[in-house]
Design a protein around this ligand. Sequence first.
Ligand SMILES: O=C(O)CCC(=O)C(=O)O
Ligand SMILES: [Fe+2]
Length: 281
Amino acid sequence: MSAAVTRLPGHSTAATISEALDRDGVVIVEDFFSTSWLERYNGEVQPLIDNHHRTYTGVEAFDDFLGYKTVRMQGLAAKTPSFIDALVDDRLLAVMDHLLLPVCTSYLLSAGELIEIRSQETAQRLHTDNNSWPTPIQNMGPLVANAMVALTDFTEDNGATLVVPGSHLWAKGHLPEPDDIAKAVMPAGSVAIFSGDTIHAGGTSTSDSIRRGLSISYCAGWLRPVENHYLNLDVEAVRAMPEAARALLGYDVYDGTGRGNGVLGYYEMGSPKDLFKDAAD
Ligand SMILES: O=C(O)CCC(=O)C(=O)O
Ligand SMILES: [Fe+2]
């Protein structure tokens, strides 16, 4: 592992950050978030972590990908008010404009995910986040881009994200050698930003210290149906419907793993189907 990630100081402009991303597909900006935001956010999230219960998507390959020694949590816009400060951070959005507006006119929060890697977790398989969607549209360029915020220090041995600088420019199927892989070691308050076509993975933890990250991913605004059904329906109305209707309205995950892609449409890190376990069919 001799590759390294470019590190920029906290005051770097969006233009400087974007330039590094164009070149390397990944960059670390230290001191990106203030100590007061960090303390506030960790304070909001701690009680949720203390009460956390693991859920499953129902797709074995994906449940493994999500990690058995990793706490993951979604719904953060609803559960942690200070998430919104990070979501709409001016500089972050300027960088996302740079990465994503070539393929869309606006973008969406794809997932806001708390990812706390704990002792003895094994590394995730290397992947790109673009790979959630089928190959023809992956060829358009980054459909998604990720800001991994370090809520605790990311160290050599506590599961720091593995990244392959430059891999955003590789042909599909080009796999990294061990020396191409770098670790996003960074102090709390830093952010590692990477494009949807950069190869990466959650790292291995052999440490007793937790690695707590906040992954904020933004995706092309057209990655959704024409109609926004969720605003017309409440869960009770959906419960009364046949299962086939629930699935068509989006109350189920999309399992693309059979075609080499990802699982989409999670609810609370599991399948929305879990909401309807007691429904008539
Ligand atoms: O936790 C990490 O460092 C990366 C996680 C990741 O890449 C993913 O879940 O897609
Ligand atoms: Fe990923």
